[in-house]
Design a protein around this ligand. Structure first.
Ligand code: COA
Length: 259
């Protein structure tokens, strides 16, 4: 792959988008490669957690590629939005938790990419926004739907309707990112959190992600029913036996991640 690299270490897969001359903007090829990378990690039983980041120190992803979009017809633009949405939904429904390590500009499609991840950590140099209206377009890769779910309707409307770009501190204050860390420590912090999640019962982590996803779309009753389902499923796994036995024996659990 030319623009998307995948490195695996200790149960963590790091996906890096690397198209630095265009600040890692998403064109057809980058989207295709990202889609392939996600398929590969989804089916990799060894991968417990995924980290997505951008190459270089300027951008996470500075948006969908404006040069590629500029000549699009109405049907082509619709198809483009559907493609981007489908790939970002793959991130959301990936079995493993996904951490966005936001190392710089996360604008437009870049902010939407981060929103499809489970957890967002930003460098103090990051800037986040949905500047589509400054280009005469709406969000297309899920921003109008996921941003209100993450920051609530007030800030989502302000960001999307004004196109304003937020600094990292403001993004943290409104809950758009979970934490802001010095740029030089971003990957170490993301990997530390990834390692912590990877050390937990893997089946429980995957099932918990599914239940959290259901909570975003289902009514409470359906969500609670789903939670009871996955809670029960955990009790058929060796990790539940080990996790509770280890607690009672006052020692650290040794999880296998087996179903
Ligand atoms: N699509 C295509 N190319 C992009 C891009 C995008 N979304 N964002 C940046 N680039 C390219 C620039 O065209 C430029 O290419 P060039 O060197 O061939 O001219 C290169 O990346 C560097 O960007 P530049 O604008 O020169 O850097 P800057 O430091 O002056 O500004 C930004 C950085 C991020 C503020 C600015 O690039 C920007 O506003 N990008 C668009 C952001 C956006 O609207 N995204 C949403 C798209 S829906």
């Amino acid at each position: 792959m030319d623009y998307v690299k995948v490195e695996r270490r200790d149960g963590v897969a790091v996906i890096t988008i690397d198209r630095q001359p265009a600040l890692n903007a998403l064109n057809w090829q980058v989207l295709d490669e990202l889609s392939d990378a996600l398929d590969a990690v989804a089916s990799d039983a060894e991968t417990r957690v995924v980290v997505i980041t951008g190459a270089g120190d300027r951008a996470f992803v500075a948006g969908a590629d404006i040069e590629a979009m500029q000549p699009m017809s109405v049907p082509e633009a619709r198809e483009w939005a559907v493609l981007g949405q489908r790939i970002f939904s793959k991130i959301e429904s990936l079995p493993q938790p996904v951490i966005a390590a936001i190392n710089g500009y996360a604008l437009g499609g870049g902010c939407e990419l981060a929103l499809a991840c489970d957890i967002r950590i930003a460098s103090d140099r990051a800037k986040l926004g949905q500047p589509e209206v400054t280009l005469g377009i709406t969000t297309g890769f899920g921003g109008s739907q996921r941003l209100p779910r993450v920051v609530g309707p007030g800030w989502a409307r302000q960001m999307i309707l004004s196109g304003d770009v937020l600094d990292a501190a403001t993004a943290e204050r409104i809950g758009l990112v979970n934490a802001v860390v010095p740029a030089a420590e971003l990957m170490a912090e993301a990997m530390k959190l990834a390692a912590k999640i990877a050390s937990r019962g893997a089946v429980a982590v995957r099932l918990a992600k599914r239940a959290l996803n259901v909570s975003m779309d289902a009514d409470l009753e359906t969500g609670l029913r789903f939670e009871a389902e996955v809670f029960g499923e955990c009790f058929g796994t060796p990790d539940q036996k080990e996790g509770m036995k280890a607690f009672l024996e006052k020692r650290k659990p040794v999880f296998t991640g087996k179903w």
